[in-house]
Design a protein around this ligand. Structure first.
Ligand code: ACO
Length: 428
């Protein structure tokens, strides 16, 4: 028999089923709550609310575990590559050798953009933030690829998904090129996903570009570490936008807008700016003091997470990658790395951070790596959006294919005026 919970309110009893997933907390199915009791639940920020069923990503925040389709992020980051992880997120299984080749080929052959899109860029100011450009250009894709916007056609959904995964590096690299006044670089089909992105970002037409394999691997790993993260704010935004039947390009543009905020994807940019502001290890105690002061809005960027109350498993891999990249680039003595390592050490031994279970998150070290590779800070969140696109499209596909899917429509606790009679202007 299904487990039930009983709710007693003013002497009236109602029961609600308890649902179990494969792992993780059980959920109380409150879909009949309003019908049975006339009440809503109240959970701003969704701290205790499961918004959907999903078989894509599992997080155990207390243990610091992150699984994609059952595979641990630590293993995927070391043993796999980003294309394989994309396939896994989209289709549920790792590809065999033939499937892998076919998948990579399909993604590669979608990397070019409609030539008319270049004119979009020219409408932006040169100093536009790349995320502002990404929101606009990705939303505009729906005006260019009319053959992949019927969300009820599974094939069209997949074509749109491939297009988004494939074109995002081209779009992000073009945003960078536009900001520095260099010509756009076309994608090269003989390069891997990560190397192609580096080529489109740092290559110039006047000389051949060859990326260092250590940097290519680091880039690929950064993409893997950001590929999906369950029902985070931007993914929930994509799902909510998609629940109305909106086209995929518009939904992903909504996800990009949400990701931009400093509490979410914008944290990598904010974390690096913070490390620069601290500057030297002797100034760390002052910043830690500020972070603990309730009257000071300052927070240690790159620290804390809604779900992880343990070390973010992605941060561990990111830290290791950071050392590899700085070694390779002979930047071992990079002052920002010294500040980051010392800050991490001090915060992890401070009672405030211990009690509140605040650990470094994925963004703490990523900025140092990206800066060392040569990206300006404004590109950091654009890179995150590029990598998260596969997670967004996998989650969006899962939602559209779910027959029980409904338009997302939360309710509220109304705290405004009850009915009052309209007063004509001459009587106010
Ligand atoms: N520095 C100092 N104190 C912090 C920090 C921090 N980085 N993060 C949380 N706290 C404190 C809060 O002040 C709060 O204290 P209180 O209980 O005394 O009021 C307590 O810890 C809980 O914090 P909340 O903000 O309530 O936790 P929530 O789950 O809502 O927020 C968040 C999580 C937004 C990530 C938060 O930790 C934060 O702002 N971190 C800095 C920004 C950041 O790094 N974001 C990236 C997240 S990862 C990602 O998006 C990929």
């Amino acid at each position: 028999m299904t487990e039930q919970v009983k709710l007693v309110e003013s002497g009236k009893e109602s029961t609600f089923p308890v649902l179990s997933g494969t792992v993780g907390p059980k959920v109380i199915d409150v879909r009949q709550l309003y019908a049975k009791t006339g009440h809503f639940t109240y959970d701003p920020g969704f701290t205790s609310t499961a918004s959907c069923d999903s078989a894509i990503t599992y997080i155990d925040g207390d243990e610091g575990v992150l699984l994609h389709r059952g595979y641990s992020i630590d293993e995927l980051a070391v043993e796999s590559d980003f294309m394989e992880v994309c396939y896994l997120l989209l289709y549920g299984e790792l590809p065999n050798a033939k499937q892998k080749v076919e998948f990579e080929r399909s993604v590669t052959y979608h990397t070019m953009l409609h030539e008319q899109i270049a004119t979009f860029y020219r409408g932006f100011r040169r100093d536009a933030h790349p995320m502002a450009i990404m929101c606009g250009v990705v939303g505009a894709l729906s005006a260019f690829y009319h053959d992949s916007i019927d969300i009820n056609d599974e094939r069209q959904r997949m074509i749109a998904s491939f297009r988004l995964i494939a074109k995002m590096p081209t779009i992000a690299a073009m945003a960078y090129k536009y900001s520095v006044g260099q010509p756009f670089q076309y994608p090269q089909n003989n390069l891997s996903y990560a190397e192609n992105f580096l080529q489109m970002t740092f290559g110039v037409p006047c000389e051949p570009y060859k990326a260092d394999p250590v940097i290519v691997r680091a880039m690929d790993r950064i993409f893997i570490l950001h590929a999906d993260h369950e029902q985070n704010a931007s993914t929930s935004t994509v799902r909510l936008a998609g629940s109305s039947g909106a086209n995929p390009f518009a939904c992903i543009a909504a996800g990009i807008a949400c990701l931009w905020g400093p509490a979410h994807g914008g944290a990598n940019e904010a974390a690096l700016n913070m490390l620069k502001e601290i500057g030297t290890p002797d100034r760390i105690p002052e910043y830690v003091r500020r972070a603990k002061d309730k009257d000071d809005p300052f927070r240690l960027m790159g620290f804390g997470h809604r779900v992880y109350k343990n070390y973010d498993p992605r941060a561990k891999v990111m830290q290791q990658t950071c050392h590899e990249v700085l070694d390779k680039l002979n930047k071992r003595d990079e002052p920002l790395l010294q500040v980051a390592m010392e800050l991490e050490h001090i915060a992890l031994n401070d009672s405030y951070f211990i009690e509140k279970k605040l650990y470094p998150n994925v963004d703490f070290y990523s900025g140092i790596i990206l800066q060392a590779i040569g990206f300006p800070t404004t590109m950091f969140t654009a890179l995150f959006a590029l990598a998260r696109t596969v997670g967004w499209v996998a989650q969006w596909n899962e939602m559209i294919a779910d027959p029980s899917q409904k338009i997302g429509r939360p309710r509220q606790l109304y705290t405004g005026q009850p009915y009052r009679k309209f007063v004509p202007v001459d009587q106010r």
